[in-house]
Design a protein around this ligand. Structure first.
Ligand code: GDP
Ligand code: IMO
Ligand code: MG
Length: 423
């Protein structure tokens, strides 16, 4: 059975933890979009790992991890991640990691452009500054450089020359910034190519062959449905399709081979960066939940904005991703609340809507309609059995199931691998 795990909100739902657990029963775990804007945390014992490009199954022995063609790769970051693991005694060999030759490469000018574009915008997105947007833009503009190009000095030089001619003009004339010399970047990226060569292969053939042989695959989503380039809160989104639909174009695996989709859902809501957030807390609760949930970005360290659970949002995710199971994460973070609010609709100009609006102005103007439910006021931290959950925590879960029209299979009660309830 090949399964997909996607974020159902604005990212950081706890995908890393869930994927670490679910990948134990799968042969291969595949990233299909995004880049090192992602920060996926895996906690094992008292050790914490944050993965930006490596799939979150990388800690398991004898499991294969694949970085599919839809991912944009900053080679320096990938090499650093591999080296960091090596220093901790985990050897990432070419047997363990496969990297698509078709992945687009994040170049230094992408990182710089990301920052310059943000500076110039009136309505800043609050990107991670990792060059993700400019790299995807070049991919679509057909001037991108792919992993396979790093293995061919002539092609790399040709493409780099073409790019620098244009980018340097943009830097100088639009941003009044310094241009780039060819030599340093060319040599640096050729070197990255040499280091990463053993991992580069045709991952389309690899994954499909393995499925033919009866192996099972887990597809690891990055970001979340509302950061998706098409369905998210555009323009405050990332530049890829983070939804289940992104798997096919991001890996070369056909939709008929994806058997099940699981939504990773935070028991409340968070968002990093700018953009509309209807259920966002005011300051007192914001501080309380941010502290309790340790809501600081795993990639940039920025404080995450926090808010109540928004069922309008997550119900839309369920539809878009064809979700048949929910994993509710970070339930323990709500332990101390007397009362919990669940957003069940949006009010706009006197009318209540149950559907996520397409109109950006409307989305910015909606007032959430809340249903109050009693808190459980006791610790669920580390619980492993559903029966041990307080009554009101069970009622909260049941209410979410009803609103989202999907059953909850996993309930996470702490950051560590074994702090989970499987129903
Ligand atoms: P991802 O991007 O979806 O993988 O999520 P992040 O790793 O960016 O953020 C999730 C954070 O919550 C990490 O620090 C996890 O260690 C932590 N976490 C995951 N599940 C739980 C949980 O059930 N309870 C608590 N308290 N923390 C959790
Ligand atoms: P994971 O996989 C949360 C947000 C950024 C910004 C917007 C665009 O850990 O859930 P980008 O650098 O992608 O152009 O930034 O998207 N963002 C994330 N927020 N979790 C992530 O990944 C994110 N990746 C990007 O904060 O608002
Ligand atoms: Mg994250």
């Amino acid at each position: 059975m090949n399964i997909a795990v996607v974020g159902s909100q604005w990212g950081d739902e706890g995908k890393g933890k869930l994927i670490d657990i679910l990948s134990m029963e799968k042969d291969i775990t595949v990233r299909y979009q995004g880049g090192n804007n992602a920060g996926h945390t895996v906690c094992v014992g008292d050790k914490e790992y944050v993965f930006h490009l490596l799939p979150s199954a990388i800690l398991h022995k004898n499991k294969v991890c694949v970085i599919g063609n839809g991912v944009v790769v900053d080679p320096m970051i990938l090499i650093r991640e591999i080296q960091n693991l090596k220093a901790k005694g985990i050897n990432v060999t070419e047997k363990k990691l496969k990297l698509s030759g078709l992945c687009h490469v994040i170049m230094p000018y992408h990182r710089i452009l990301d920052g310059l574009r943000e500076q110039k915008r009136k309505n800043k997105i609050g990107t991670t500054g990792r060059g993700i947007g400019p790299c995807y833009a070049d991919k679509v503009a057909r001037c991108g450089i792919r992993m396979i190009d790093l293995l061919n000095p002539r092609v790399l030089k040709d493409k780099l020359e073409d790019n620098l001619r244009e980018k340097n003009e943009i830097f100088r004339k639009v941003y009044d910034a310094k241009g780039y010399g060819l030599k340093k970047t060319y040599e640096e990226y050729l070197e990255y190519g040499k280091i990463l060569k053993p991992f580069i292969c045709n991952t389309v053939i690899y994954i499909n062959d393995q499925i033919d042989k009866g192996k099972s695959v887990l597809f690891e989503g990055a970001q979340g449905t509302f950061l998706d380039i098409d369905f998210g809160t555009y323009p405050f989104v990332t530049s890829s399709n983070s939804i289940v639909g992104g798997i096919c174009s991001g890996t070369g695996v056909a939709p008929t081979r994806i058997n099940k989709s699981i939504a990773c859902v935070k028991a409340y809501t968070t968002r990093v960066g700018e953009g509309p957030f209807p259920t966002e807390f005011s300051s007192v609760l914001m501080d309380q939940i941010r502290k309790k949930g340790n809501e600081f970005g795993a990639t940039t360290g920025r404080p995450r904005r926090c808010g109540w659970f928004d069922s309008v949002l997550v119900r839309y995710s369920v539809i878009i991703n064809g979700i048949s199971e929910l994993a509710i994460m970070k339930l323990d973070v709500l332990d101390e609340l007397e009362e919990i609010q669940i957003c069940t609709g949006y009010k706009y100009k006197g009318k209540v809507y149950k559907e996520f609006p397409m109109d950006f102005e409307k989305l910015c103007g909606v007032k959430p309609v809340y249903e109050a439910v009693p808190g459980w006021n006791s610790s669920t931290y580390g619980l492993k059995k559903y029966a041990d959950l307080p009554k009101n925590a069970k009622s909260y879960i049941t209410r979410l199931e009803k609103l989202l029209k999907v059953g909850v299979k996993y309930i996470s009660t702490g950051p560590k691998r074994d702090e989970i309830i499987v129903r």
